[in-house]
Design a binder for this molecule. Structure first.
Ligand code: ACO
Length: 325
């Protein structure tokens, strides 16, 4: 069966930029350490009044505009986030109400940094089985609200933002095979055994608090390179292509060194990897659609290109999707 088509994209960032130098004025860190270990130079941090939903709404409006469709054409909203506006209802329902497509299916998925891959794969499957014709798939986060701003090992790594894409169900006359447009192959994985390497130490059913992000970065790094290389190879095999056929890799933007190490393991040239971690830092579920939107709008990713999305995050969860734009 052919996959859903990617019609358009949009993204949104908070208005406030925070540079490494600004962080170094407040905690024991330096621009040099952050750039050398992570590639991050700045991040965007939500101000009062900017929330996961408000960023998601702004990104969705731009994606609808880019796709040339009205909000009333949307049948399904899948929003990936680990930082919802409220414990419930789903942030997707706030987006739905703001866009005015009330009545369509709307829910959140929680897969942390892999959330966009989980949301994309879920939406693609639902469209293929007739739940609707068009979906908004969103990754949106305000990780600044769950950071321990006194923990220099984590707070320098993350930022806030949102990205969205419009997906359309496959058409009967779509070509088949690796030249077909749309989602060609996807794989998702999770392994709960590594919970303690990356988690939030609070929640409604445990502490009745929101909690703070905790991470053993060195171990996460090691797992990330292995898991991402494996899942990328699975998707390449499923789609019947070779790594050299890929025009662009749009990875989760956690750390420039993970991006380099993963590309190297697969034999993909570094110039084919879209990098925004320097500007946005790690925006969790938002990072893949944000990076995709940046590269589409600056003209690098074009119609007909073969694009690999990939991510790994807390859970652990990880996944990849190959899409012909
Ligand atoms: N500024 C200055 N020094 C620091 C800072 C900081 N911000 N943070 C840590 N250090 C120090 C440490 O204290 C340590 O000092 P010591 O040697 O005196 O003990 C030293 O720097 C080295 O610390 P490490 O943690 O070993 O540094 P490492 O090279 O592993 O880099 C990093 C840390 C950047 C976190 C890296 O491990 C990493 O990127 N990991 C992956 C994170 C990731 O990919 N997350 C993705 C998923 S995120 C999600 O799902 C929500």
């Amino acid at each position: 069966m052919t996959g859903s088509h990617l019609l358009g994209s949009g993204s949104a960032l908070p208005s406030r930029v925070v540079t490494n130098a600004e962080l170094a004025a407040q905690i024991d860190t330096s621009d040099e350490w952050i750039v050398e270990r992570t590639g991050i130079r700045q991040r965007y941090i939500a101000s009062d009044g900017e929330t996961t939903a408000s960023l998601a709404i702004a990104a969705s409006r731009k994606a609808l505009d880019d796709a040339g469709i009205a909000a009333s054409d949307i049948d399904l909203i899948v929003l990936a986030t680990a930082t919802p506006d409220n414990t419930f209802p789903a942030t997707a329902t706030k987006v739905q109400n703001a866009l005015g497509c009330n009545g369509c299916v709307a829910f959140d998925v929680a897969a942390v940094c892999s959330g966009f891959l989980y949301a994309l794969t879920t939406a693609d499957s639902l469209l293929k089985t007739g739940t609707g014709t068009r979906a908004l798939v969103i990754g949106a986060e305000t990780f600044s609200r769950i950071l321990d701003w006194e923990d220099r090992t984590t707070c320098v790594l993350f930022g806030d933002g949102a990205g969205a894409v419009v997906l359309e169900a496959p058409r009967e006359d779509d070509r088949v095979g690796a030249d077909a447009p749309g989602v060609l192959a996807s794989r998702l994985h999770a392994d709960g055994a590594n919970h303690d390497l990356l988690y939030v130490d609070g929640g409604p059913s445990t502490t009745q608090t929101v909690g703070h992000l905790r991470m053993k970065g060195r171990e996460v790094f090691r797992h990330a390179v292995v898991n991402l290389s494996n899942v990328l190879n699975e998707v390449i095999e499923d789609a019947g292509i070779s790594a050299s056929d890929i025009d662009w890799v749009v990875p989760h933007q956690a750390n420039a060194r993970i991006l380099d190490a993963t590309a190297k393991k697969l034999g993909i040239a570094p110039e084919k990897v879209i990098v925004t971690v320097d500007q946005h830092a790690n925006t969790s579920a938002a990072s893949v659609p944000l990076a995709y939107d940046v590269a589409r709008r600056d003209g690098r990713i074009k119609s007909g290109d073969l694009v690999m999305f990939e991510a790994m995050g807390g859970g652990f969860t990880w996944g990849a999707s190959l899409v012909r734009i």
